[in-house]
Design a protein around this ligand. Structure first.
Ligand SMILES: [Zn+2]
Length: 304
């Protein structure tokens, strides 16, 4: 078995993350730092890493929230109207966002601007962009650049610090990418498959040269049809896929039926659309992507 290559700097990253916190909370009275809201927790943590202590960062949706079909509350709108900037993912992730931004009358920056988009190929979503670009550690670094640029405009006095923090953070993200590729190297080509519930891994699969197969394309429609389950069973059997996965924000029932029918291994839960609470397994983006990369590599290569 290959030696583990996961970055040693990992422990340090955790310490830094716990000092800077995630989704900081509201600015205390008398705090005149600019307030930046993000649409979901993953972006809040990335933004916090770039902003350091210079900005107040908060996520509109809480950990565990289903982001695609979220319905903003009047309180969300009121809060956003007080903010200086809102960061959204774009690519159709937040179907509710356009109306929300108009109601709150607040400037926003689309952080996925400039990524190399993968289109969804199936069902009613065919031809639309797959929104989950942050799941690629290489595309996520473009998010970080966009955040640093947006923050420099918002708070020019700290532009150099935003840029330096962004560069450090990008290096940590890149290390996760490098480790994943190295771990997956021994796999035979038919084993290089990533079978999940939602089609949220197109970008990660592209990075890691894995063939993606999923039960349904987008979580907004998470009732699996018998045809979708049958197609997944056929793919797993046809390719002798060693392990399959499901995401934390949806039921794994359909995937367990695939496991039962094929005798493949259930490889574990992957995190995509939300961080966990602070005490959970993935309270930061780096931990989320590291968790997923490690879970996928371990299950596909047949255990530790
Ligand atoms: Zn999703």
């Amino acid at each position: 078995m290959r030696r583990r290559v996961w970055p040693l700097a990992w422990g340090l990253a955790l310490v830094v993350a716990s000092i800077t916190g995630c989704g900081g909370g509201e600015a205390p009275a008398g705090d005149d730092r600019p307030m930046v809201l993000t649409t979901f927790t993953v972006l809040a943590d990335m933004a916090q890493n770039v902003a350091g202590e210079h900005l107040v960062i908060e996520s509109i949706t809480k950990p565990g929230t289903e982001i695609h079909g979220y319905e903003p509350t009047p309180r969300d709108v009121a809060k956003a109207s007080q903010a200086d900037l809102v960061l959204d993912n774009g690519l159709g992730l937040e179907g509710w966002f356009e109306q929300f931004a108009n109601q709150a009358d607040v400037p926003h920056v689309v952080v996925s601007e400039g990524v190399e988009v993968v289109d969804i190929t199936e069902d009613a979503y065919a031809g639309k962009p797959n929104p989950h670009a942050w799941m690629s550690p290489t595309e996520a670094q473009i998010y970080v650049d966009n955040m640093a640029a947006a923050f420099a405009e918002l708070d020019p006095d700290h532009a150099a610090d935003f840029e330096a923090r962004a560069a450090d953070y990008q290096q940590e993200i890149q290390q996760v990418h490098d480790a994943l590729l190295e771990e997956l190297e021994p796999l035979a080509s038919n084993e290089r498959a990533l079978v999940t519930c939602e089609g949220a891994f197109s970008y990660l699969a592209r990075d890691a040269d894995l063939t993606e197969h999923y039960i349904w394309p987008v979580n907004a429609e998470q009732e699996a049809t018998p045809q979708q389950i049958a197609a997944t069973i056929e793919f797993v059997e046809g390719n002798d896929v060693p392990a399959v996965f499901c995401e934390s924000t949806v039921s794994d029932k359909a995937m367990l039926r695939v496991v039962e029918a094929t005798g493949t291994t259930y490889g574990g839960t992957l995190y995509v659309d939300s961080l966990s609470e602070a005490e959970g397994p993935v309270p930061t983006y780096l931990e989320l992507i590291q968790h997923d990369a490690q879970t996928i590599a371990t299950a596909l290569t047949g255990g530790a």
